[in-house]
Design a protein around this ligand. Sequence first.
Ligand SMILES: Nc1ncnc2c1ncn2[C@@H]1O[C@H](COP(=O)(O)OP(=O)(O)O)[C@@H](O)[C@H]1O
Ligand SMILES: [Mg+2]
Length: 108
Amino acid sequence: MTNAIKFSNSDTTIEVKISLTGNNQILTRVIDEGKGIPEDEQQKLFNYFQKTSVLPTDGESSTGLGLAIAKQIVIRHNGEIGVKSIPNVGSDFYYLIPIQNSLDDLAY
Ligand SMILES: Nc1ncnc2c1ncn2[C@@H]1O[C@H](COP(=O)(O)OP(=O)(O)O)[C@@H](O)[C@H]1O
Ligand SMILES: [Mg+2]
C-alpha cells in the first residue's frame, strides 16, 4: 500500500481487495492508477535492493527492500506473489496465501 501511494499521483484512486478463492486461498490485491512498471522490469523488483526505472512521485525515499521482504514472507506461508502492470495505466500487486481448512470447517 505504501508503494501504491509512493508511485501514484495524489489525485488517483487506490483499491485494496481481499477475497477467498475457490481453492481456499486468501487473495489480497492492491490496485493503483499510478506510473506502472515496464514489463521487462517487473520480475526483478521482488529481489533485494532492486528498484526499477519508475521513481517515486513526491520525492519519497526508496531502498528496493519492501517487495523482496514481502516475497519472503509470502513464500514462507506457501503462497505466491506477483504483479500485473501497464506503464502509465497502473499496477495490480497481489499475493495468495493458502489457508488450512475451509471457513465452513472452523469450529466456533
Ligand atoms: N505500485 C507501484 N507502481 C510502480 N512501481 C512500483 C510500485 N511498487 C513498486 N514499484 C517499483 O518497484 C521497486 C521496488 O519496490 P520496493 O521493493 O517496495 O522498494 P522501494 O519502495 O523502497 O523502492 C520500486 O523502486 C519501484 O521502482
Ligand atoms: Mg516499497
